[in-house]
Write a protein that binds this ligand. Structure first.
Ligand SMILES: [Mg+2]
Length: 112
């Protein structure tokens, strides 16, 4: 599993190199990256539209969700690069905030 051996820093650098090799920095503004991320998130949910909640995804739809999730993450990494955000710090800070907002003893088994 590649997840175990790949760091966020490595992914960020791959995304940065991809953008740089195409001289796309001027197009990758925070506004356009945020919009692109949102568009990709909408593409991600398409295989779920009009399906029963319990319906299993086909292999093709599962692959599509993986590809769109990758697009979302790539734009997220690029947005973090452009804004010079420490993504790990942001995720850990947000998880701590959510742990306080939704303490497990009160929310276990309950929708937020
Ligand atoms: Mg896409």
């Amino acid at each position: 599993m590649v997840d175990v051996d790949t760091t966020i820093a490595e992914l960020r650098e791959r995304v940065r190199a991809f953008v740089h090799a195409r001289d796309w920095e001027s197009f990758h503004t925070p506004k356009d990256l945020a919009i692109a991320l949102s568009v990709e998130a909408s593409e991600l949910v398409e295989p779920f539209l009009w399906r029963e909640t319990s319906a299993r995804l086909s292999a093709e739809d599962r692959a599509s969700v993986g590809e769109e999730l990758a697009d979302v993450i790539i734009y997220g990494l690029s947005l973090a690069n452009v804004l010079d955000l420490d993504l790990s710090e942001a995720v850990l800070d947000k998880l701590r905030k959510d742990e306080r907002k939704y303490p497990a003893r009160r929310f276990r088994g309950r929708a937020p």
